[in-house]
Ligand binder design. Structure first.
Ligand code: PEP
Length: 261
């Protein structure tokens, strides 16, 4: 147990997975794992982010469990209207979804979500009352050039202008070095801690809430490295991709944070 008052968060990002039959099995297994008494919502917040077409079904099936349902993305357009294919923050909120990932590196890199677009998404999500898991992280090239901190702190600053003082409590940061996502490479706990401490310092300069904002680490987190990561004072949880598709692995990661923090 550390002295921090932040309850850790462990969130599984299912990305464009799995097929429905496998999702049914995964949800069944997750419910079974998380019904064990070792973890409670007081020791660790837990969420899973399914594909958008499965959000309501997953939410329904997880009702009564400690697992929250998280959207993987939100439209940069607010409200309702003629925007084919889009899902707005208001529609998410109207469906009872309270959490959303914004700025994941796959959105930024593959779908050209610029800093401006990401900012609009954060703004809309907050206006609709959602909690935003805001993803930041540097590329390998940026790290090798020694620009990692500057890139990440700039991504934090990008949203500073549009997050009103009272809304910082609705922000969770996920630091995900792009070179560690889905590659099996993890930042060393020391490197991750160093970046998390810098992020904490940056946030504290922006808002009095800085010390209370959860900063999650993401990038090939698995049961084998979760305990070490959880032991770092400024790592308040994990955003988990691949390993979240296995209920037992995901549970073990959550357990590591619940027990260590
Ligand atoms: C992610 O997609 O946010 C992620 C961290 O993926 P993985 O755990 O597979 O690296």
């Amino acid at each position: 147990m550390s002295g921090s008052t932040i309850i850790p968060w462990v969130v599984g990002n299912w990305k464009m997975n799995p097929l429905q039959a496998n999702a049914e099995q995964l949800i069944h297994d997750l419910k079974q794992c998380f019904s064990q008494v070792e973890i409670s919502a007081q020791s660790c917040h837990v969420g899973v982010a399914p594909v958008s077409i499965a959000l309501l079904n997953v939410q329904d099936q997880l009702r009564g469990s400690m697992i929250n349902t998280v959207a993987q993305d939100v439209s940069r357009i607010a409200g309702l209207g003629a925007y084919t294919g889009e899902v707005s923050a208001e529609l998410l909120s109207d469906s009872g979804i309270q959490f959303v990932l914004v700025g994941h590196s796959e959105r930024r890199e593959i779908f050209s979500d610029t800093a401006e677009v990401v900012k609009e998404k954060v703004k809309n999500a907050l206006s609709a009352g959602l909690t935003v898991i805001y993803c930041v992280g540097e590329s390998l090239e940026q790290r090798e050039k020694g620009h990692a901190e500057q890139v990440v702190l700039q991504q934090i600053c990008d949203i500073a202008a549009i997050v009103q003082a009272e809304k910082w409590q609705k922000i969770i940061i996920a630091y995900e070095p792009i070179w560690a996502i889905g590659t099996g490479k993890t930042a060393s706990p020391e490197d991750a801690q160093t970046m998390h401490a810098k992020i904490r310092e940056g946030l504290s300069q922006i808002t009095a809430e800085g010390k209370n904002i959860a900063i999650l680490y993401g990038g090939s987190v698995k049961p084998e490295n979760a305990v070490e990561l959880a032991a770092c004072p400024d790592i308040d949880g994990a955003l988990v991709g691949g390993a979240s598709l296995n209920a037992e692995s995901f549970y073990q990661i959550a357990q590591a944070f619940a027990k260590t923090k």
